[in-house]
Write a protein that binds this ligand. Structure first.
Ligand code: GDP
Length: 518
């Protein structure tokens, strides 16, 4: 990873605050962001046309402030979940007409969880029904006691529409920032976070970065997530060229090799070679993580295949250390009485679990109403067997004590009868193209015809109305990006765990599956 040097106290300089506006829908977040933006001294000077770049900086007579202009707590928390702590202060907008609403409280809780100080903007005070005191009362109950009532929260009455109280709000923000003594070291390679990104026709991949520490300069090489680049151009939200971006500044940067993601960390590095080296390492790490994720899905599949409903017969393969154990296990299994599920012993022998045992379990479990399991008593599974079991979702259960086998099987049978699954189809997609990609395998080019396709859920594939396969999604992509969900009306690429026999015209059905105890 990239080493960030610690800053000596003497290198730290004050930096401007970064603010996020939150609040209930329709309470005036967007309007307030507009009003603040138009109060900008610098804007009148430059006369530029405002661009939406995801953040903007306002210049007030008392100092500058950066505002993120994707309001709301969803983006705020999604960024924080990725470790991108960019917001210093939250402005909670509450309509003085409607008062505190569910999303007000939600926003408040998100800000509290992040330990970010809150300033309340009581909006819509131009309306006759407005009640500032009611908002104060309601929020006091949530722990935001106003300063004038002996607490430490600033409440600023505003009208985003009539542009009343905007200066006071900006002053309150600067006052709060002053108390926080926000500092950074501008004299070192820049570190920041991507807040917005896009592919721009003509300019290529561009992204807005908020500088967290250090400075970003034209010509700097950088690494961001698993991509890199060189700063070819920097612009502010009026489209004006910027040559150096200091701490807390938002800048739109040109020169990315690929479009980064919101929340990605941006690091200026000393050279192109170093950037390449870091990217290569991160890609390798990502590949390992992906492999582990797939393994996990396969393990979950293994469990699912065993807790399937409608199982009428549990087929058991026994591998044990000595013949005496084999006999004892057989005997104890035959004593288990269960009226609904029959236990049959497919194979019982001395020795390690082999690949052939796994294959036997596979074919046996694929029969209607059957489940199969391998019991390994004081023996191991060899490497080939383990690998195949993981791939095919066959369960190999190891034991050292005989009665534990009986308990386990009894529990399993009980589970099969008491657990039911509630399924809920959430979307369908049509396979419109089948691509063969080197080193990856077959990928289905799909179009989501209804609802959602979610990577984490289950899928079934139908051909001419008949079910041909069910299992899990391996990868879900929009263009080159891995995504967790694709909505109706969009195209996507899909591959499946251990299944490649899909065809053009097949229908993919995505469904959630929940265990319900009978
Ligand atoms: P958001 O959903 O929180 O971003 O809210 P908007 O900024 O879109 O505002 C919602 C509605 O409230 C719009 O119709 C605005 O014109 C209106 N609105 C916002 N601020 C004020 C205000 O200060 N006074 C009045 N009267 N209406 C406002």
């Amino acid at each position: 990873e990239i080493h960030e040097t610690e800053d000596r106290p003497e290198d730290l300089k004050p930096r401007i605050p970064v603010v996020t506006i939150m609040g209930h829908v329709d309470h005036g977040k967007t309007k307030l962001l507009d009003a603040i933006r138009h109060s900008n001294v610098a804007e009148h000077e430059s006369g530029g046309i405002t661009q939406h770049i995801g953040a903007y900086k306002v210049k007030t007579p008392r100092g500058e402030i950066t505002f993120l202009d994707t309001p709301g707590h969803e983006a705020f928390t999604a960024m924080r979940a990725r470790g991108a702590h960019v917001t210093d202060i939250v402005v909670l907008v509450v309509s003085a007409v409607e008062g505190v609403m569910p999303q007000t409280i939600e926003a408040l809780n998100h800000a509290k969880a992040a330990q970010v100080p809150i300033i309340v903007a009581v909006n819509k005070i131009d309306l006759p029904e407005a009640s500032i005191d009611r908002v104060k009362q309601q929020l006091s109950e949530q722990g935001l006691l106003p300063e004038e009532w002996g607490g430490d929260t600033m409440y600023i009455p505003v009208s985003a529409l009539k542009k009343i109280g905007i200066e006071e709000l900006l002053e309150a923000i600067l006052l709060q920032a002053e108390m926080m003594e926000l500092k950074a070291n501008p004299n070192k390679p820049g570190v920041g976070y991507v807040v917005e990104s896009k592919m721009d026709i003509g300019r290529g991949a561009v992204a807005t970065v908020i500088v967290k520490n250090g400075s970003i300069r034209i010509g700097d090489y950088f690494v961001v997530g698993t991509t890199m680049g060189r700063v070819r151009g920097m612009f502010d939200d009026t489209g004006a060229k910027v040559s150096v971006a200091y701490p807390s500044y938002p800048v739109e940067i040109m020169g990315f090799d690929a479009v980064p993601e919101a929340g990605d960390k941006f690091h200026v590095v000393e050279s192109e070679d170093f950037a390449k080296e870091i990217v290569a390492k991160r890609l390798e790490l990502k590949r390992i993580e992906e492999t582990n994720r797939i393994k996990k899905i396969q393990m979950e599949n293994a469990f699912q295949s065993l807790s399937m409903e409608n199982v009428k017969e549990l087929k058991v393969i026994i591998k044990a250390d000595v013949q005496g154990s084999v006999e004892a296990i057989k005997h104890s299994l035959l004593k288990i009485e269960n009226p609904e599920v029959k236990i049959s012993i497919l194979h019982a022998a001395v020795g390690a679990v082999l690949e052939s045992d796994v294959m036997l379990a596979e074919v046996s479990a694929s029969q209607e109403g059957s489940a199969a399991i391998i019991l390994a008593f004081r023996v191991r599974a060899d490497a080939m067997a383990k690998e195949r079991a993981e791939q095919q979702g066959v369960t190999i259960k190891r034991f050292n004590i005989i009665y534990e086998i009986t308990d386990y099987i009894e529990g399993l049978l009980k589970n099969m009868q008491t657990v039911e699954y509630k399924e809920n189809v959430i979307g369908t997609a049509e396979i419109r193209e089948v691509y063969k990609i080197k080193d990856v395998g077959k990928v289905a080019g799909c179009y989501v015809t209804q609802g959602f396709i979610r990577r984490a859920e289950n899928v079934r594939i139908y051909r001419e109305g008949a079910l041909v396969w069910s299992g899990k999604i391996l990868a879900l992509k929009r263009f080159k990006d891995d995504v967790s969900e694709v909505q109706e009306g969009f195209e996507c690429g899909m591959s499946f765990v251990n299944y490649e026999n899909f065809k053009k015209g097949d229908i993919v059905e995505c469904y959630t599956r929940e265990e319900v105890k009978k």
